[in-house]
Design a protein around this ligand. Structure first.
Ligand code: ZN
Length: 142
């Protein structure tokens, strides 16, 4: 099985899709699992169904509860962002179709004027494009 996985990783890294041999290996593994399950049930084995949110690996781990706490933290983060004055200003500028808005101060130059599309600093962007134009004029690499 590890060999098949290794083959799969290599084929994906090489940009190839799954090979015919891998499909066949997977099919035979599936058939093996089916016959193993059949033998297990024939010998008196039983398949238990766990309640929602429980894992067969641990009684303590409850994925749905874990996921719920992750999602509520994410919602809280999104709410905190929507209360941010910079985010409010950006949203207003976007709704009005404005090209610029006044957001948080740039860490490089301290200016608050930003592009609505990228939220990047207007002054730093301008300075960067001027430097690029200068390099091109001087025939240096782009
Ligand atoms: Zn800046």
């Amino acid at each position: 099985m590890n060999e098949i996985l290794q083959q799969r990783i290599e084929s994906v890294q090489a940009g190839k899709n799954i090979t015919h041999a891998q499909i066949e290996a997977k099919r035979s593994l599936r058939e093996q699992l089916d016959s193993d399950l059949e033998a297990f049930l024939k010998n008196g084995g039983k398949v238990e169904t766990l309640p929602r949110g429980y894992s067969g690996l641990s009684d303590e781990l409850k994925p749905t509860q874990k996921m719920r706490s992750i999602m509520s933290a994410s919602v809280a983060q999104a709410r905190a962002l929507s209360d941010n004055p910079s985010v409010i200003a950006w949203r207003e500028a976007k709704e009005k179709g404005l090209k610029h808005f006044n957001g948080t101060a740039c860490i490089t130059c301290g200016s608050t004027l930003r592009y609505t599309s990228t939220r990047s600093c207007f002054s730093c962007n301008k300075a960067s494009s001027l430097r690029r134009a200068e390099r091109i004029r001087n025939g240096k690499a782009v």
